[in-house]
Design a protein. Sequence first.
Length: 374
Amino acid sequence: MTLKLNLYEARILLTLILNQTPQTAKKISQSSAVPIQRTYDVLEKLKRKGLIDQTAKFPKTYTAKNLESLLKKQLIEERIWLNRWKQEEIKRIDEEKRKRINHLKRESFALLELIRVICRRPKTELAKIAVEIEGWNNIQELLIDLLKEANSSFWGVSRPPDWRDLTTLGIIQPKSLSEWYEAMDVRGVDIRWLTSSSAIPSYIGYVQATYLPRRFIKDDEISEKYVVVDGSKVLVNLRDPETGRHNATAILIESLSIARIFEQHFENLWKKATPANDAVLGFNEIVENVCSKLKEYAFTDLEIRVYKSLLRNGASSIRDIRIDLKWKERKDTPNLKELRKALKKLVQRGVVEKHQTLDLYLPSNPKTLLQIYR
C-alpha cells in the first residue's frame, strides 16, 4: 500500500511532518525546495487527498495529518474493496463453471445418445461394447495392447489432464517409445497423435513433441479423449458430466460404423491442428533466454540443467532426468542425491512442480517464467 505521491508532493508532506508547527506556503517552499509557484498547487492536491490540514485565517498555514490513522483508514478501505472484488470474482468463476459443466453435460449426453442410436440401427456387423475398464493403469495397459495389435492405423486424441489424472490416455508416454516405433517402422501402422497446445512443454517436452507424428490444437477444440484403431475399434475415456473431469473409466467399442464417426471427427481436427515442428518453433531461443534469466537470479548450473532437461522431455521421474543428463550433455552426471537437492529448490522457487503420487516432475512454462524473472 502506497500514498502515490509525486516528487513535489512527497517533499512538501515530509517537510510538514518534520515541522510539527503550522507552516505558511512561503516557509514550506523554502524548506522543501519546491518553487513557490508550484507550492500552492501541490498543497491543494495534498489537501484534497486528505493528507494535510489548512487554517482559515490569513496568512493560511498548513499542518500534516496523523498518517498512522490515515493509513489504517486506507488499509480498511482497500480490504473492503478487495473483499468486494473477491466476491465478484467468485460469482464470475462460479457462473463460468456452471456454463462449462452444462456444456460438457450436453456434449457427453449427445455422444452417448449417438452411440445408442447407432447400436439400435439394423446392421450386418455386431457392435461389441466392453464397459467398466477401471483404473488408469488398466486403461494405459489396454492402450499399449491396442497399439501392439494395430495393423493399419492408430489415431489418438488427448489433452493435458487434471493434475490428479496425469496418466490418462498417452499424456505421459510409456517408459519406452519402442512400441510406437515398432508399430510405425516394422508394421507400417499409420500413427497420429493429436493433443492440445498447452501440453508443451510441461506435459510433453518441446523436443519429445517431435518424436512421434503429432499435431497440436487449442484446448477448447478437444471435447473428448479417444483412440481409434484400424477403423474398427474405439477406446473412449469417459468424462464425469458433473465435474467435467475424465474418470478412471473407459469403454472399448468394436464397431465399424462407430469407428467411422470417430475417424471423421479426428480427421477434421487433424486438418485444423498445427504440426509438431511448427508448434515448437522458437522454443530453443525461449529456453535459452529463460535460463539466462535464472542464472542472473542465482540459480545453480545443475538446477538450470535439470530445468532444461524437463523442458526437453516433459513430465519425468528423477531417474529419467539423470539418464537424459547423462546422454544429452557432455558434463559430469549428477548423482541422485544432488538431483533431489536441485529439484527440491526448483520446486520451492516455483520453477518445477511435483506430482507426489506418480513421483513425476513437470517444468513451469518458460514463457510464464520470463514474465516473473525479468
